[in-house]
Write a protein that binds this ligand. Structure first.
Ligand SMILES: Nc1ncnc2c1ncn2[C@@H]1O[C@H](COP(=O)(O)OP(=O)(O)OP(=O)(O)O)[C@@H](O)[C@H]1O
Length: 456
């Protein structure tokens, strides 16, 4: 028997719902509020009538009702932080007869009763303990990221995340390729965190950041008195620090040939010899290497050793650039806004469609790192609760539209030429010879243009 057939009148239903123990919100298919019950309005300190028609994100903190109408998937017993309290939220999509989502209703339980206060402090203390535990884990192992931290719904990212799950426990070397800022380090952490070595250290060494003459002591360590200036008591190298765990060698393509030989020996023999030690020490280390360099080409040019390449290239892993997965941009933007708002206490609830369109069209040569920086600046520059086009840097808009008519043809052509050179150099990691080849000009002519346009 439906409500309509019962003795329950509409007025009775209204009173019951308005005063229900649970707080109730109903949105339409766009996520605009069509109903908010009185008790919820009172808690949110809003008027239940004037909020009708407003987007739910403008009224309720950390809401996901607008996602539920998009995904059509219910979300039950989700912890939601509203006005200083953790609430338990249920969000359920509403379908029409054709199984199309026409809206969603959400309920929030636990109000400001003493029972709730008790529960709330319990949850807060539990979350605090989890946070401490995670901090401790990070301090002990160096693991900062897990697979959960890798945001992206594109097929490309989902496939890579599946691949991480498959290879994590296999203990073989992994070579992660991808442009700068694509998340190579994030993936390296995640592989370690899912491996059998997860309770052991994750040690990172950026091969490009260490001067050649210091790299050997960084990697293998040294004994006291090994050379003038050596520290008292010697120094443990990264290999020994990573014993039992994972060594992440970032920018491996920047390692010199003599160091490549030493690294290969350590990998093949499973032992390292600290400078001045005189005898090798056994180590058990899994290596994850990363680079943006064209290693295959460098091997042809004898700048990278074949044997080291085959030793580390057991599982290749390519992370696509952000422009190859633009469908991830809205999700990443939302993720960074939330992350930055949490850190700074600002309240930005959405991005305007024109700002999102510009963010989605830009080429992102610096990939996700650049996107994060742009969002961070934009959150600080935004005055209202929306991230708008005005808060974005001018170069985002300039890079995709040449303002025809506002400049002479000569200036427009020169601007296009400059952009083509900048983008090609970015794509080939500043390899001038390769860029000249791709642009179909001589290397000397490329240098001339670089000078003319003040590039780099
Ligand atoms: N999929 C992602 N989701 C969320 N954050 C990401 C993602 N990918 C990268 N990031 C963020 O972008 C920044 C750059 O990532 P990371 O350092 O892993 O890139 P990288 O490829 O190792 O860069 P580089 O080659 O310059 O060392 C970090 O702040 C990281 O947290």
């Amino acid at each position: 028997m439906g409500v309509k057939d019962s003795l329950l009148t509409d007025e009775m239903m209204d009173t019951i719902i308005a005063n229900a123990f649970e707080w109730i919100v109903v949105v339409d298919h766009r996520g605009d509020i069509i109903y908010l019950n009185d008790s919820y309005s009172a808690f949110l300190d809003v008027d239940s009538k004037t909020v009708i028609g407003k987007h739910v994100t403008e009224v309720i903190e950390n809401t996901r009702m607008h996602h539920v109408v998009q995904t059509g998937k219910e979300e039950l017993a989700d912890l939601q932080y509203i006005r200083g309290n953790y609430m338990i939220a249920n969000r359920v999509p509403i379908f029409n007869r054709n199984k199309e989502v026409i809206g969603a209703y959400g309920t929030v339980i636990f109000r400001d009763t003493s029972e709730w206060d008790k529960m709330n402090s319990h949850v807060k203390s539990m979350l605090g303990r989890i946070r401490n535990y995670l901090q401790e884990y990070e301090q002990q192992t160096g693991v900062k990221y897990t697979l959960e931290d890798i945001i992206g719904k594109s097929k490309l990212i989902q496939t890579l995340k599946e691949k991480v799950k498959h290879i994590a426990s296999s203990d073989v070397s992994v070579l992660i390729r991808g442009e700068s800022g694509t998340g190579k380090e994030l993936f390296a952490h995640s592989i370690h965190q899912l491996s059998n070595r997860s309770s052991m250290p994750f040690i990172k060494l950026n091969c490009a950041a260490i001067p050649e003459h210091l790299l050997e002591s960084e990697l293998f360590g040294y004994e006291e008195g090994a050379f003038t200036g050596a520290k008292k008591g010697g120094k443990k190298g990264k290999f020994l620090l990573a014993d039992g765990g994972t060594l992440f060698l970032d920018e491996i393509g920047d390692m010199s040939l003599p160091m490549q030989i030493k690294l290969l020996r350590a990998l093949q023999e499973g032992e390292v010899e600290p400078i001045g030690a005189g005898k090798p020490i056994q180590v058990n280390v899994r290596v994850i290497a990363a680079t943006n360099r064209p290693l295959e080409k460098m091997m042809e040019e004898k700048r990278f050793r074949d044997d080291l390449y085959y030793r580390i290239h057991v599982i290749p892993f390519h992370i696509p650039s952000l422009r190859e997965r633009t469908e991830d941009i809205p999700m990443l933007v939302e993720h960074f806004i939330q992350k930055i708002c949490k850190r700074t206490g600002r309240r930005i609830t959405s991005v305007t469609p024109d700002a999102l369109a510009v963010l989605s069209r830009y080429r992102w040569p610096g990939n996700i790192r650049e996107l994060e920086n742009v969002i961070q600046a934009a959150v600080h520059l935004s005055t209202g609760d929306k991230l708008t086009l005005e808060a974005l840097p001018d170069y985002l808009t300039e890079s995709y539209s040449i303002p025809f008519g506002s400049k002479s043809l000569k200036d427009t052509l020169e601007e296009a030429e400059k952009q083509a050179i900048i983008q090609t150099l970015e794509n080939v990691n500043d390899d001038k010879l390769e860029a000249a080849k791709l642009l179909g000009i001589s290397k000397s002519s490329l240098y001339e243009k670089i000078k003319k346009y003040h590039i780099g």
